[in-house]
Design a protein around this ligand. Structure first.
Ligand SMILES: Nc1ncnc2c1ncn2[C@@H]1O[C@H](COP(=O)(O)OP(=O)(O)OP(=O)(O)O)[C@@H](O)[C@H]1O
Length: 796
């Protein structure tokens, strides 16, 4: 981390913005009362090609990359003849790649395969583009058919598997430095071939002439510091093999530096200089078998052929393309060792990642999804919140464009609905009709029972049925009578439980008479269908924000993969539980003992913000899915000092509107912050609509979090505390901060008040912990405009 405490950024990249999907530079917030805030480097729009170069890498860096990649190609070309003569291909490639060291790349030939005594890895290549485990094959005949590599008539599965195993072993070594497993790339290079790039399982098969392009397209992902740390790690984990006493090959003299390339200039090809065409079709020297030039499409076979090398122009284009893609954020390529190890670890059964807000749980989940997809698994990445799926998909697309299609991003209720559809049961979920059944049941048996005496309101009893009875899959009164109601603090006497059960039974009767399902029925039915099925569409299921699910929702997801190794990963934090109800993992039948990890380093919130958020929930114990109450104050390592809290007192709503708009405008105009990195978070849908109108009236571009898919930049996000879940923003505004939780209502019992406000404080805590750099809180004086209605309690 830089001395000022701002997050480590790769050259030209933006601060981490998990969830907002808009990688943007840190806003230029001038610290007032607190410590330092990230520097104000404003980056250009990445869509403009020329600007993208500045964004992704320095011009000089591009030149250097072109220089060394060109040199590499030239070297490879020279050495190919020797390979063809039956030389030792791997050593020659290693020698050829030595020229890359001038540009900060490191070539490590003949290294020990970690975990073995004598086996070696031919070449490991480490540089700004990542780490590559390279295996060169000098085969006369090679083909890719039906997703497999063939050498003549024999499949090359063993070669692919061996290389994948080598890369996995190297990844394990480098995880100790913080490199995510998928940043170690296995490359099987076919000597003398070109126009080949085919991912096969975890290995990418390349032609010799495609190697430089492959390295270029990765762009600059690791800083020199990171590369140094990796090298140290490799020195211990993959030391040189003892037999590597070969004479050192003198390094090729550096070629004269080419003139600075410009986008409009056409350079001669790097090899041979025979023609100025940058195309790949021209032939050079004859090969061992004079066959036609290979094509690149799957199903074709290649014999060693010849081709002109990549022109500098083409390399330039590859580098520009890499720079033009959305910038890589630090957490996409570099993690804390605990995170990196978790992402790639083989888990013998269901596993869990927990920890306070902002500790990188979702980041681990995303890296794990990438890791599993890269090795060919079909992955479901899910949570309760509908709007999170597109945001996660947008992030994974940047992290793993080649593999994102193997990952499905869907919320739990959509998964369940599809199960029913697949079994011809669609159309029966009618939530409105089910709600009507509940209100009728309440009127018939609830209103005149002992329940209203507890002063909890009928919504409480609706939630009791949804989350405690149906959400936990209870089927008999005796189960309910003796149930520990995890997550619900108002004690119920036996007469109350009996009254609740009567209400539930009446509701069920009315509902079945109308032949409709509610959302909890859909989960129950889907769970049973999946349990009864012998097929599953997924190899792995990753559940984010697991504390928001019901027990049955988690059982449905568990049913897809059972307890198989690397099957289920649940990620969450009970302190951020913002829906009524609760359950334990044991009750859901998800055994995670020995496979649970706690993360404790907060990467998101600056110190002052975290402190401010913690004051909200410090006195509230919580349950973290294991039935044991935990203390509200938790130890967290803080990564980023400073942060700004502004509590602004206003006399009325109109004054608050003006103050909040002025604050946003001032951040944007005077402090170089982007609207896209600001959020206004509120407790109700009504308040969200109102603030959308207020900002429109002030000409501030804004978008509802309901519409947000991780891509809309340049708009202030407005949404409920519930919908802000798992996202983060540089600047968060919380109007009416002092009106939430609201005061005790006339009809509310002390227990009811306690339970409601505890839940609402957790919601507020979630809202505040979305802020990275600053929080603006409106404190409204004057007459209480009334406590706002609680936000929706169903899935969003
Ligand atoms: N190793 C890391 N290096 C730098 N930044 C990181 C790292 N891990 C996570 N982050 C950043 O920290 C922020 C929080 O990460 P993440 O959302 O994964 O945390 P979380 O524990 O899931 O949070 P919450 O529970 O509050 O939703 C993100 O903006 C992410 O980019």
């Amino acid at each position: 981390m830089p001395a000022d405490g701002s997050p480590t950024m790769l050259p030209g990249t933006a601060v981490p913005t998990l969830g907002t999907g808009s990688p943007q530079p840190p806003a230029a917030v001038t610290p007032t009362t607190s410590g330092p805030v990230a520097g104000p480097r404003r980056l250009p729009e990445p869509s403009a090609l020329g600007q993208a170069v500045l964004l992704g890498m320095e011009i000089a860096g591009v030149e250097r990359q072109i220089q060394h990649l060109s040199d590499t190609q030239r070297q490879l070309s020279r050495h190919r003849r020797r390979w063809e003569a039956g030389g030792r291909a791997e050593q020659n490639v290693a020698r050829a790649l030595l020229v890359m060291e001038d540009a900060g790349w490191h070539v490590l030939p003949d290294r020990r395969w970690p975990g073995t005594r004598r086996a070696n890895i031919d070449v490991i290549l480490a540089g700004s583009g990542g780490v590559f485990v390279v295996d060169v094959k000098n085969w006369r005949e090679a083909a890719i058919e039906r997703g497999r590599l063939w050498r003549g008539d024999a499949d090359a599965d063993d070669d692919i598997r061996k290389l994948a195993d080598q890369a996995a072993a190297v990844a394990e070594v480098l995880a100790d430095a913080g490199l995510p497993p998928t940043e170690v790339v296995a490359l099987l290079v076919l000597a003398g071939r070109r126009n080949i790039r085919e991912p096969i399982d975890e290995v990418t098969v390349l032609g010799e002439y495609d190697l430089a392009r492959e390295l270029a397209r990765r762009g600059a992902r690791l800083t020199p510091d990171m590369v140094e740390r990796l090298l140290e790690q490799l020195e211990h984990g993959c030391p040189p093999m003892p037999r590597a006493a070969d004479p050192v090959v003198p390094r090729a003299p550096a070629a004269a530096r080419p003139p600075t390339p410009r986008r409009d200039q056409t350079d001669p090809p790097i090899a041979g200089g025979r023609t100025s065409t940058p195309k790949l079709s021209a032939r050079t020297a004859p090969s061992d078998t004079d066959r036609p030039d290979p094509g690149s499409s799957p199903g074709q076979s290649w014999a060693p052929g010849q081709g002109s090398l990549l022109s500098r122009d083409e390399l330039w284009r590859e580098l520009l393309d890499a720079a033009d893609r959305e910038p890589i954020e630090t957490w996409m390529t570099w993690l804390h060792p605990t995170q990196a190890r978790l992402a790639g670890r083989r888990l013998s059964g269901p596993a869990r990642v927990r920890g306070p807000a902002g500790t990188g749980k979702t980041v681990v989940a995303l890296h794990r999804a990438k890791h599993l997809a890269t090795r060919g698994d079909r992955v479901l990445f899910t949570s309760l919140v509908r709007t999170l799926g597109p945001v996660y998909r947008a992030l994974l697309t940047r992290m793993a464009p080649d593999h994102v299609e193997r990952i499905e991003f869907t919320n739990v209720h959509a998964v369940a609905a599809r199960c029913l559809r697949d079994h011809g049961l669609s159309g029966r979920h009618q939530q409105d009709a089910a709600d009507t059944c509940f209100w009728r049941a309440w009127a018939q048996v609830g209103r005149n029972s002992v329940l209203p005496d507890l002063g909890l309101g009928h919504q409480y009893w609706r939630d009791e049925i949804a989350t405690v009875i149906k959400g936990r899959g209870l089927t008999s009164y005796s189960q309910y009578a003796s149930l520990a109601r995890v997550g619900r603090s108002t004690p119920l006497q036996p007469t109350h439980r009996r009254a609740v059960w009567d209400l539930y039974e009446r509701y069920e009767r009315l509902r079945t008479e109308r032949k409709v399902l509610d959302r909890d029925d859909v989960l129950l039915l889907a769970r049973d269908l999946v349990r009864a099925s012998s097929e599953t569409p997924y190899d792995a299921v990753i559940v984010d924000e697991v504390q928001d699910l019901t027990c049955v929702g988690l059982q449905l997801l568990h049913a897809f993969v059972g307890d198989k190794p690397d099957g289920l990963l649940v990620v969450g934090d009970g302190q951020q539980s913002i829906y009524p109800g609760g359950f334990t993992l044991a009750e859901a039948g998800v055994p995670v003992v020995g496979r649970s990890t706690v993360l404790t380093r907060n990467y998101r919130n600056r110190a002052e913000i975290l402190r401010y958020a913690q004051t909200v929930i410090v006195d509230d114990s919580f349950d973290d899915l294991d039935g044991t109450p935990e203390h509200g104050r938790r130890e967290v390592d803080i990564d980023r000092p400073g942060g700004e809290i502004a509590e602004v007192t206003v006399p009325d709503a109109a004054a608050q509107d003006a103050a909040l708009c002025a604050h946003l405008t001032q951040l944007h105009d005077n402090r170089d912050a982007r609207y896209g990195d600001m959020a206004v978070l509120v407790s109700t849908n009504e308040a969200e609509s109102r603030w959308l109108r207020v900002l429109a009236g002030c000409d501030i571009p804004a978008v509802s979090l309901k519409q947000y898919d991780g891509t809309s930049r340049g708009f202030v996000k407005i949404g409920t505390y519930h919908r802000a879940k798992a996202l983060d923003f540089a600047h968060v505004c919380i109007p009416d901060r002092n009106l939430f939780p609201g005061p005790r209502r006339a009809s509310e019992s002390a227990d009811a008040f306690h339970e409601r406000t505890r839940l609402e404080r957790r919601q507020l805590y979630v809202a505040i912990t979305r802020a990275r750099d600053s929080v603006w809180a409106g404190i409204r004086q004057g007459p209480d405009p009334g406590h706002p209605r609680p936000a929706q309690t169903g899935p969003v």
